[in-house]
Design a protein around this ligand. Structure first.
Ligand code: PLP
Ligand code: TYF
Length: 394
């Protein structure tokens, strides 16, 4: 059997990580994988996470199984963080998952099992794992226009035009904030127009929110998700704690299913539990428990929010520095979009050839679609990148 296996395509983002590691140049700069790094290039354990872990070590008395949906307190804390009071709690089913990826994967499985004829619409471009998991599961999928190569903003007219072609019951995958890979986002007026279209055409939103707190602030970054979830009858939400709690390797995520009728929530919950059971039984607990400890303790929560805000402002400062450095060196405003984008990423909108030249000639690593991780920069490397971009003729 194993002899028949064929080589699988590599994840281009993870392949880039390996290439960077093997590059001997001391001046190399890693703007690839979406992991936050501070000015020293370190991905720190957040202060509140360290403290919550210390408490867990001291106070946890058992590592026995929890439940198929994980600790209900984790679901409650995360529902509260993401949705606030925008949706009645009794309409929301929630289950812990291994990372945001686990939530995405199981949301797609749920769609596949329940609505095999539904097409899942993803933005062009989107996080590559969306399309790869959809294809792996055999879920029909297609793209809607999203990134405007001219303005490097959202091609909103194109997006609405394409989504108007979706059939009732189709699922529209939306990034709750900080679009990956482009960094270009809708404003609230545009989100409202998307909601109107969803309602008009009977489309079901699935929101992937992996960067709450990395864009405009914790509340601001949840605004679109809250608007959508509170306006439509049904909605799926896949959330990740990897970035905003810095617990990447703990695999901490949540899948929520919001149903129209609170009388149906138990069945939705049972299905989320069932998906967990079929895939791995019990979800990972450590990261979830750390997150719950932080969110339910006033002091820890405040300290976490403060550190997250500093992280956000640091990335925003780097964006502004890069945009102004590029303006100075190029003598044009054409890179102004970098300061407008939000989250960890910006897509430069240049060709894979140019990206390859940045790597070969300057040791600067970004994803071939020209996505760069802003957090991979610091005050010293911003001018180096800006000069390389202009010298390369991008
Ligand atoms: N969704 C998007 C858009 C992402 O960028 C990521 C990446 O981190 C995830 C989901 C899932 O992240 P994780 O599985 O590490 O929680
Ligand atoms: O887009 C990114 O870089 C992050 C991290 O298979 C990531 O979302 C990248 C690839 C992958 C899983 C996570």
């Amino acid at each position: 059997m194993l002899i028949k296996l064929k080589q699988q395509p590599a994840d281009k983002i993870l392949a880039l990580m390996a290439m960077y590691r093997d590059d001997p140049r001391p001046t190399k700069i890693d703007l690839g994988v979406g992991v936050y790094k501070n000015a020293e290039g370190v991905t720190p354990v957040m202060r509140a996470v360290k403290e919550a872990e210390r408490r867990l070590v001291e106070e946890q008395t058992s590592k026995a199984y929890v439940g198929l949906a994980g600790d209900p307190a984790y679901g409650d804390a995360m529902v509260n963080l993401i949705l606030g009071t925008s949706v009645a709690r009794d309409r929301i089913a929630a289950a812990a998952t291994p990372g945001g990826t686990g939530a995405v994967r199981q949301a797609f499985e749920l769609i596949h099992n329940t609505s095999p004829d539904a097409t899942v619409w993803v933005s062009n471009p989107t996080w590559p794992n969306h399309v790869s998991i959809l294809n792996y599961l055999g879920v029909p999928n297609t793209t809607y226009r999203y990134f405007d190569a001219e303005t490097r903003g959202v091609d909103f007219e194109g997006m609405l035009e394409d989504l108007a072609g979706a059939k009732s019951g189709d699922v529209i995958l939306l990034h709750g904030c900080c679009h990956n890979p482009t960094g270009a986002n809708l404003n609230l007026t545009q989100w409202q127009a998307v909601v109107d279209l969803l309602l008009e055409r009977g489309l079901i939103p699935m929101i992937d929110i992996a960067y709450q707190g990395f864009g405009d602030g914790l509340e601001e970054d949840a605004a679109a998700t809250r608007l959508i979830a509170s306006s439509v009858p049904e909605c799926l939400i896949a959330a990740s704690c990897s970035k905003n709690f810095g617990v990447y390797r703990e695999r901490t995520g949540l899948l929520m299913g919001i149903t129209e009728d609170a009388g149906n929530t138990g069945v939705v919950q049972g299905n989320l539990n069932h998906l967990n059971r079929q895939n791995f039984s019990f979800p990972p607990d450590h990261g979830a428990r750390v997150v719950t400890t932080i969110l339910t303790d006033e002091t820890l929560r405040a300290d976490w929010a403060t550190e997250l805000e500093a992280t956000r402002l640091g990335m925003l400062g780097l964006r502004e520095q890069l945009a102004s450095e590029l303006q100075r060196l190029s003598g044009s405003d054409r890179f102004g979009f970098i300061a407008q984008h939000r989250g960890m990423f910006s897509q430069l909108g240049t060709t894979p050839d140019m990206v390859e030249r940045l790597r070969a000639e300057h040791g600067i690593y970004m994803v071939s679609d020209s996505r760069l991780n802003i957090a991979g920069l610091n005050k010293v490397t911003v001018p180096i990148l800006a000069k390389a971009i202009v010298d390369t003729g991008i």
